[in-house]
Design a protein around this ligand. Structure first.
Ligand SMILES: CC(C)(COP(=O)(O)OP(=O)(O)OC[C@H]1O[C@@H](n2cnc3c(N)ncnc32)[C@H](O)[C@@H]1OP(=O)(O)O)[C@@H](O)C(=O)NCCC(=O)NCCS
Length: 174
């Protein structure tokens, strides 16, 4: 079946998670290298991955956005997810997130995907600001957010890791 296309960037196609995506969800969130710095539970079981997938399906249903699954335009290979979830709806703030499978790290795909989502959030969805945070030990994420233009605002407890995460905002200047 043809994938629904939410947006594209130079190398990536953004689609929507489906009920039947457990296998690609497992390859992403079932990998400790991906979840180590974003989830203190360690290696997620397939039941925990199923719940993570359910969270994305619910987010789309309730808010029209999710951490959309992303695929290489050339081969159709699943790369990870990148997208939005509500953070403070009263103030029009959404959270930006990106999870890339390890084999695709270091190719600029997170930067490319996040740049496309920022453009979509600000021009199409008229979001006021984007929030993002990172594990204090996640240098890649810190570098990525700074490169995307996010400004540090404060530290905030992130329940999934139990740590105070440096937190950032990017304002819509459109
Ligand atoms: C963090 C993550 C998204 C980075 O993805 P990526 O596709 O490898 O990142 P990019 O290639 O777009 O790199 C973006 C910037 O971060 C830098 N970077 C990437 N990995 C790095 C690392 N391990 N240490 C320091 N900087 C790093 C890159 O050099 C690049 O900056 P530059 O262009 O100035 O060199 C990826 O490692 C990942 O998914 N990790 C697991 C989940 C996670 O931690 N997500 C982030 C929190 S939501």
């Amino acid at each position: 079946m043809e994938k629904k296309v939410i947006l594209t960037s130079e190398r990536l196609l953004f689609s929507e998670w489906q009920e039947g995506d457990q296998e690609i969800a497992n390859e992403l969130w079932g990998d400790l290298d991906v979840t180590r710095l974003i989830d203190a539970r360690g290696q997620l079981s397939s039941e925990q991955v199923r719940q993570r997938l359910r969270q994305e399906l619910n987010c789309l249903q309730q808010h029209g956005v999710q951490y959309w699954p992303i695929y290489l335009l050339t081969t159709g290979e699943h790369v990870g997810c990148c997208g939005l979830r509500p953070y403070d709806l009263d103030r029009g703030i959404y959270e930006l997130g990106v999870h890339i499978k390890k084999k695709f790290w270091g190719q600029g795909l997170a930067f490319e995907g996040c740049s496309a989502v920022i453009e979509y959030a600000f021009s199409k969805l008229n979001v006021n600001s984007l929030f993002a945070g990172h594990n204090p030990n996640n240098n890649a994420s810190k570098k990525l957010l700074e490169k995307l233009g996010f400004r540090f605002t404060h530290k905030e407890l992130y329940p999934p890791t139990g740590l105070e995460h440096p937190s950032y905002l990017l304002k819509n200047e459109n």
